[in-house]
Design a protein around this ligand. Structure first.
Ligand SMILES: [Fe+2]
Ligand SMILES: [Fe+2]
Length: 267
């Protein structure tokens, strides 16, 4: 990667980090009204919180498998280190809510964590550009999932603690998406066709990580998410697929045909 692009990546990261330190840091113990958990909240909501907590628990694989691909790039390595810290808070906060609300026991959560760590998540794309594009789409999809879950909590009896933590998590996910989008747009300026080629399999085969292939009872979990209209095919097409075509200035035809040429963007 040329020094100009690396320099631009670093500046994007520094702006992201400085803004996060200034405006976005939150504390699990102090900033969530834990005494306002609702033990009578619809159990279907708690089931989805458990699923999202499991997805966040694959953090060891998310962090350890991407770092070797980007080790040469300071902007990307420093970002992924900061990102890992923020993602680690998400599983902690969701786990704490499941316990404090009384929807799950300590024993149950230990068992769940053990089962998660028995299976390993692998990178869905084989190079750093593919993973960058995947991460951009996945972070936005994750934002949509948490935002919609918070709306369902509000509609089904409310839970101030869960709503607050889902709001913190959604804001983090939106910020992660924003950073990845800035990186992707920078790479599009270098080689638009190559980025489009990387986007094509991601958008055409997108799945949320872990839910479909690693978690026990995945069909039941997906049905619960669809049942509450948190995420489904229609939401994917409207809020993810079409959203990315719009914001990146990409056409449906771009997503159909192969159009790859030799490029500078190889890592
Ligand atoms: Fe997260
Ligand atoms: Fe995230």
């Amino acid at each position: 990667m040329c020094p100009e692009v690396e320099g631009a990546l670093w500046r994007i990261y520094r702006d992201f980090f400085d803004a996060a330190e200034r405006k976005r840091r939150w504390r699990i113990r102090e900033d969530i009204p834990w005494n306002q958990c609702n033990p009578n909240l619809d159990p279907a909501i708690a089931d989805v919180v458990e699923t999202f907590c499991c997805v966040e628990l694959y953090l060891p694989d998310y962090v350890s498998k991407i770092l070797p691909l980007v080790r040469h790039s300071m902007g990307r390595v420093w970002f992924y280190a900061n990102w890992g810290y923020e993602e680690s808070k998400h599983s902690l906060a969701l786990n704490d809510w499941l316990l404090r609300s009384g929807h799950r026991s300590e024993e149950y959560m230990h068992d769940l964590q053990r089962k998660v760590f028995e299976r390993e998540w692998n990178l869905p794309m084989g190079n750093s550009l593919g993973m960058l594009v995947y991460a951009m789409v996945q972070e936005h999809a994750t934002f949509v999932n948490y935002r919609n879950l918070r709306h369902r909590v509000q509609a089904r009896g409310g839970d101030p603690a869960l709503e607050k933590l889902l709001s913190f998590i959604s804001i983090d996910e939106a910020a992660h998406f924003g950073l990845f989008r800035s990186f992707v747009e920078l790479f599009m300026q270098v080689d638009r066709d190559l980025v489009i080629a990387a986007l094509r399999p991601v958008l055409n085969q997108f799945q949320m990580p872990a839910i479909h292939d690693l978690l026990d009872e995945s069909k039941k979990r997906i049905a619960a998410i669809c049942g509450l209209e948190i995420f489904n095919e229609e939401i994917f097409m409207r809020d993810i697929y079409n959203h990315f075509l719009n914001i990146l200035g990409v056409t449906k035809a771009d997503m159909r045909g192969p159009r790859v040429k030799k490029s500078l963007v190889t890592s």
